[in-house]
Write a protein of this length. Structure first.
Length: 150
């Protein structure tokens, strides 16, 4: 019985740091993998998602260490209503201090819903829910047309 209890305690002890690492770090890690697999698609998606020219996305990609950092630059632009040049400037000044520090420099208060969402990584990459639903409907209509044309 003691061995089972010890095993359970050890599992919790080892899993807790992994679970704590989820959130923003996990989101950004996944985003970096996806970006490196197809940087052109990544640039186009960031451009469409944030409504910025793809050339601007490429400028930011050239100024940051990882592709997910470019995503975060535009995400913080959206959250703080600041121009990308300002967010990029703070990013450069605060290199290595993390996105929480950068967010605070840009006016997002610790403890605020925005800051908590940042820590949890409550972001999405790609078409929003309505865009995805529209794509699914278009795909379904295409399948329906194929059936009728056969």
């Amino acid at each position: 019985m003691k061995k089972i209890l010890l095993a359970a305690v050890l599992c919790v002890a080892f899993l807790s740091p992994a679970m704590a690492g989820e959130g923003l770090d996990a989101f950004l890690g996944d985003l970096n993998i996806r970006a490196r697999a197809n940087i052109d698609n990544f640039s186009a998606t960031v451009s469409a998602q944030f409504g910025v020219p793809e050339a601007r996305v490429r400028v930011v990609l050239g100024a940051v260490r990882k592709p997910a950092d470019a995503f975060m630059v535009f995400q913080l632009c959206l959250m703080t209503h600041q121009p990308y040049e300002r967010v990029l400037q703070i990013y450069q000044e605060q290199k290595g201090n993390g996105w929480g520090v950068i967010a605070q420099e840009l006016g997002i208060k610790p403890g605020s819903p925005e800051f908590q969402g940042l820590k949890r990584g409550d972001f999405h990459f790609g078409p929003g829910p309505s865009e995805k639903a529209d794509n699914d409907k278009a795909h379904a209509k295409g399948k329906e047309k194929e059936k009728h044309n056969k």
